[in-house]
Ligand binder design. Structure first.
Ligand SMILES: Cc1cc2nc3c(=O)[nH]c(=O)nc-3n(C[C@H](O)[C@H](O)[C@H](O)COP(=O)(O)OP(=O)(O)OC[C@H]3O[C@@H](n4cnc5c(N)ncnc54)[C@H](O)[C@@H]3O)c2cc1C
Length: 447
């Protein structure tokens, strides 16, 4: 018999703008009393929801329950920038290029599988089209090193045979309205999500198909013995198979301790732009720009189909093994984001940020995920590194396949990955990682 007690459960700060700008969703029931199912899933983010969908595809009769610590879309899945990227997106590389051609080709193929899986879910669950758009994205460059990074990445894309287009400053201005950017690299395969709208629609579609979802029910203990039991404050659910889809909080249950890196990322969303502000801004209604240097600033312009005419900006990461952001941390990065926003959009100076929030990114130093059977009947779909939209979808699919005795390219890819490598002990990991990230952010300050 194995008992895994949660040392911490998720704490979120700042309402993520993505969900607040959508029509409110009625809260779901908490897990109370005794319940049972065939497969229980801990976590209702990209990984957990995708696992439930894949389980249903494999066996429509499976009784499935998802238990989440918060509301669906309160977690990382509803707090991100919504870039579901098909190409290599290696955050620790200077320009996103991955570790080699054959690995990058394989990852691109898998990421596209994830995007297709999401697209089919959007169709099946009647998720509004504005929440999932295959419009591509731009790597925006604002300095010589940024332009060089784009040239280098474009050469890598040429080797991979991937379509791309170089944009000059004028083209960037026509798209973004901003004269800040000197150039850009457009790639067509990224799907842009309204992340909260996408997951809420996904969850509602699963429920209509009979999947049970419990919200505001942090799992506090998992225990084996004649199957598994998951205990929350007020209830317990028993299942022969369990999928842990709680990303970095896998470590909170004692798994992969000292091997997972917990980075907090931050974002701000403006208030609804007035007609005058929209006119002054110019450019297109919807676009998404990741920075040419991965440590720079991500910017999106969204329109009414995503919840309003607004700009969303993401910048500033810091390493926090306790997976939390303090009010001071958030205030500091919001100040920095204000500066980045004003630099890019001087015509919108004074337009307030209506929402600012922080969220959790879980990485391993060697960029591997944890998608495997941890103990008999206990599976993990965790550690998504820099691309949780696609990677979370894939690990969820893979864990569902493993849990039902199936294999595929996805299970083969993840089960052949190495273990996450061990990190330096506390506090050296925190001091080293934060010093490194500050230095890299300073280098990428113009991007
Ligand atoms: C500001 C920001 C911007 C980002 N931008 C992007 C981007 O553009 N593209 C991209 O691909 N990725 C991006 N990411 C990363 C991405 O959001 C994550 O990698 C992704 O959410 C991981 O999905 P997941 O389903 O594995 O985990 P999560 O989305 O974190 O979901 C895990 C769920 O588990 C639940 N949980 C945890 N512990 C328990 C427990 N004890 N009991 C019950 N439930 C529990 C949580 O409440 C949560 O809902 C960004 C992240 C942030 C913070």
């Amino acid at each position: 018999m194995a008992v895994h007690q949660a040392s911490r459960t998720p704490v979120f700060n700042g309402p993520a703008g993505w969900s607040v700008i959508l029509p409110p969703v009625h809260p779901r029931a908490r897990l109370e009393g005794q319940a049972g199912c065939d497969v229980a899933i801990v976590g209702g983010g990209f990984a957990g929801l995708s696992a439930a969908r894949r389980l249903r595809q494999i066996d429509p009769h499976l009784d499935i329950a998802i238990v989440d610590a918060a509301r669906i879309s309160d977690g990382g899945t509803g707090r991100n920038s919504g870039f579901m990227i098909d190409l290599p997106h290696e955050l620790t590389s200077g320009d996103y290029a991955g570790s080699g051609d054959s690995h990058d080709r394989q990852l691109t193929r898998l990421n596209r599988h994830a995007i297709d899986f999401a697209a089919q879910a959007v169709g099946d669950y009647a998720i509004p089209q504005g929440y999932f758009q295959r419009t591509g994205k731009i790597n925006a460059a604002a300095s010589k090193p940024g332009l060089d990074g784009n040239i280098h990445y474009a050469a890598h894309l040429r080797e991979l045979g991937e379509p791309h287009e170089m944009l000059d400053a004028q083209a960037m201005r026509e798209i973004t309205g901003s004269a800040y950017y000197q150039g850009g690299l457009y790639t067509p395969g990224t799907a842009m999500l309204q992340p909260a709208g996408y997951v809420q629609g996904f969850a509602a579609g699963l429920e209509r198909g009979g999947v049970r979802i419990y919200e505001n029910s942090p799992v506090l203990r998992i225990e084996s013995g004649n199957g598994w039991s998951l205990a929350t404050e007020r209830g317990e659910i028993r299942a022969p198979r369990v999928i842990m889809a709680n990303n970095g909080h896998l470590e909170s249950f004692g798994f992969k301790r000292g091997r997972l890196m917990h980075v907090m990322l931050n974002a701000c969303m403006t208030e609804e732009l007035s007609p005058d502000a929209i006119r002054a801004l110019g450019g297109q209604e919807c676009w998404g720009a990741t920075p040419a240097d991965p440590m720079g600033t991500t910017v999106r312009r969204i329109g009414p189909a995503q919840g309003g005419n607004r700009i969303v900006i993401r910048q500033g990461g810091y390493y926090r093994p306790d997976m939390q952001t303090s009010a001071r941390d958030l205030a500091r990065v919001v100040r920095a984001m204000r500066q980045k926003f004003d630099d890019r959009f001087p015509m919108l100076r004074g337009v307030p940020f209506q929402y600012s929030w922080s969220g959790h990114l879980c990485l391993s130093r060697n960029n591997v995920s944890v998608m495997r059977e941890l103990e008999p009947g206990l599976y993990a779909a965790c550690v998504q590194n820099g691309l949780g939209t696609a990677r979370g979808t894939l690990t969820g699919i893979g864990a569902a396949e493993l849990a039902t005795g199936n294999t595929s390219d996805i299970t083969a890819f993840f089960t052949s990955e190495a273990e996450p490598v061990r990190l330096p002990p506390h506090p050296f990991d925190t001091i080293g990682a934060n010093a490194y990230m500050r230095w890299k952010e300073w280098q990428a300050r113009l991007e």
